[in-house]
Ligand binder design. Sequence first.
Ligand SMILES: [Zn+2]
Ligand SMILES: [Zn+2]
Length: 217
Amino acid sequence: MTTRIDQFSSPAAAGGGSGTDKVNVWIVGDDDEVIVIDPGTDTAGVLDVVGDREVLAVICTHGHADHVAAAIELAERDEAPVALHPRDRMLWREAHPGDAADIEMEDGGTFEVADVSLEVIHAPGHTDGSVCLYCEELGVVFTGHVLLDGGPVRHDDEFPDFAGQLTAIGEHLLTLPSDTRVLPGHGPATTIAATEKKFDSWVSAGPVVSSSSSPGD
Ligand SMILES: [Zn+2]
Ligand SMILES: [Zn+2]
């Protein structure tokens, strides 16, 4: 197994800004080729980590601007396709009014990179087109804004569809092997086992905004 995962912390807004709410950019690949998951806002920063490896695809876990702003510019260098779930097309257009994504992801689709594959899990709730990407060989799932260490992610201080988001977590993530590492769109990694322990408390807390809850955007 030569495939590895690199992480880059992108500013959540183009040009930096004062927020500490960095976006996790995940780069999966080997010495020759990579797939970038959620490019964030800083193309040059991501390309520093990618180096001279070929970018095979740029995958967006959902359409919110902090995650997709650099997608087109990053994909351009190697003429890589950008992948998005079609139900987030309207959100994507807010960040990229003039450009469409190249690949319409659907549940169960796969991407191959180095010697592993990434399986698309459609997990609507945070947005209609939110997806997670599961890599069985590496024992990881990339969860974007579906799930952070601190729980499901809000948008603009509210949950667009709290019940739907919890259902997606329960049906599509908690069913993965419990030692699967969760690599989220913000903040520290967690595991499916740790998520299982906290899940009921999120259900009973409901869609409240507490000062200790995870960052949204
Ligand atoms: Zn979001
Ligand atoms: Zn975000």
